[in-house]
Design a protein around this ligand. Structure first.
Ligand SMILES: Cc1ncc(COP(=O)(O)O)c(C=O)c1O
Length: 457
């Protein structure tokens, strides 16, 4: 006798219904074509949603954005009837854009399971399949062998830190870059180097900062290594882990070359300090699954954390790092629909997105050249430093002042383009470009950026 759960998964009738359902929804989404202004008949209703959001949150939304649930590729429909070109994608969650038929189907398949959320005590097969897939991908090049699921990047990071600290117990300190971002829990706020995100919180003094790569400083690599060495000298046997983003994310979308990381990583290894790559933002965006592969530093990695694109948080670790029972657990490990959609994203990413000629790096080259063209022609002096890795791209507008960037982002939004800021000094405009963007959409984005920069703020 076939198991009920297996019949649900493989029934031809259910699969046909699922396909029909997704086709029907996809047909409805065809009206989400390209950027359009708010519809007068929906404007009032749209405003109500925005006001309501402010009321229940106790503060207004960053953008006048409440989605209707309709979307198509990089375009998203809002409750006021407008359609926006979404180049921020939930801060990097919707790598495959809005309403991707394969993801809808995978998510609905997951939603047909007996439970909404899965957990570490009573997982279903989707939990196991997802972990099998991600550990298989991680293990292709690195020594990462095991994974532990959680529901966000912050929690994946908390687990990573606990694993590292237990391994090097009782060492306490964490080496981390200036301008790092690690999440919003008490400890991750401490690890994050942004005072605005921890106003009023006590300081725990457990983080030792190292300057990130500065392409303008020829001695940058040496300086960072010296600072790291000085920390180690001052706190012998008391540093558990070096936590780093392979590219500074919230800190300003600043990439660094392999040559920058190698001496730091070699030094950590020589001192028995655990190496933890926080790839919550970089995962699946740099042209390889992991940015540590792009940088060719896979052999150094003891722990790696991902979330966003994966749809769940995952702490990946080597055999040597496997923690003692009881250290990491938690009720939730992700909604079943998130696990099945995440699994489908991982499968899709193996279909032509990776590698030097893959879609991700093709998009990177086109997007960067669009920005460089503006920088060299109509927007001379108004765009600087267009750079990034893969689908993470940023530029500095004007003098990179916060007020300028805020106004520019609002202008973009009003014209139908969603982007976001990063960095402190200068503040930059960043894009988390979806992997399904087409050339014509990059042109649409370029026209809006050009128009707004020429208009000025
Ligand atoms: C590098 C990095 N680490 C951790 C996090 C926190 O992830 P989450 O917001 O899912 O908790 C983020 C989120 O932006 C991030 O970019």
């Amino acid at each position: 006798m076939k198991l009920a759960g297996h019949r649900i998964n493989s029934s031809v009738e259910i699969q046909t219904l699922l396909t029909q359902l997704v086709e029907k929804v996809t047909a409805e989404n065809q009206t989400v074509e390209t950027i359009r202004a708010a519809d007068p008949s929906w404007a009032e209703q749209g405003k109500k949603w925005i006001d309501q959001a402010a009321l229940v949150r106790g503060r207004p939304l960053q953008y006048n954005y409440v989605g209707s649930g309709g979307g198509r590729g990089c375009y998203v429909e809002l409750e006021d009837g407008s359609v926006k070109l979404d180049l921020i994608n939930g801060i990097g969650v919707h790598l495959m854009g809005h309403s991707h038929p394969r993801l809808m189907k995978a998510a609905i398949q997951g939603a047909l399971s007996d439970v909404v959320n899965q957990g570490n005590l009573q997982p279903n097969h989707q939990y196991v399949s997802f972990l099998k897939k991600i550990t298989e991908i991680a293990g292709r090049k690195s020594k990462l062998k095991y994974g532990w699921l959680s529901t966000c990047g912050t929690m994946a990071n908390e687990n990573a830190l606990k694993i590292a600290r237990q391994k090097i117990s009782p060492a306490r300190y964490v080496l981390s870059f200036k301008n790092a971002f690690a999440g919003r829990s008490t400890m991750m706020a401490e690890l994050t180097d942004n005072p605005a995100y921890k106003v009023g919180l006590p300081e725990y003094h457990e983080i030792l900062r190292i300057p990130f790569y500065d392409k303008k400083d020829p001695r940058s690599i040496e300086t960072s290594l010296n600072v790291m060495k000085a920390h180690v000298e001052k706190h012998p046997q008391d540093i558990a882990v070096f936590s780093f983003e392979p590219m500074l994310g919230e800190g300003g979308y600043r990439p660094a070359p392999r040559e920058f990381f190698l001496p730091l990583l070699d030094f950590c290894k020589s001192q028995g300090i655990v190496v933890w790559a926080d790839e919550v933002q970089t995962f699946a965006r740099t042209g390889e699954f992991f940015a540590f592969e792009t940088l060719g530093i896979e052999n150094y990695i003891d722990i790696c954390t991902i979330a966003k694109t994966a749809q769940v948080g995952v702490t990946l670790y080597t055999e040597d790092m496997n923690p003692k029972p009881g250290l990491i657990a938690g009720t939730f490990s992700g909604a079943t629909a998130a696990l099945t959609a995440g699994h489908e994203i991982l499968t899709m990413l193996d279909e032509g997105f990776m590698g030097a000629q893959g879609k991700i790096l093709q998009i990177h080259r086109k997007f960067i050249s669009m920005l460089q063209r503006l920088q060299e022609t109509t927007c001379r002096g108004k765009i600087q430093d267009a750079e990034g890795m893969g689908l993470m791209i940023a530029f500095t507008p004007f003098e990179g002042k916060k007020e300028q960037v805020d106004l520019l982002l609002k202008k973009f939004f009003d014209k139908g383009l969603i982007a976001f800021s990063c960095g402190k000094d200068p503040v930059r405009i960043r894009f988390l470009v979806p992997a399904i963007i087409q050339d014509k959409d990059i042109e649409v984005a370029g026209k809006i950026i050009e128009g707004c920069l020429i208009e000025g703020v």
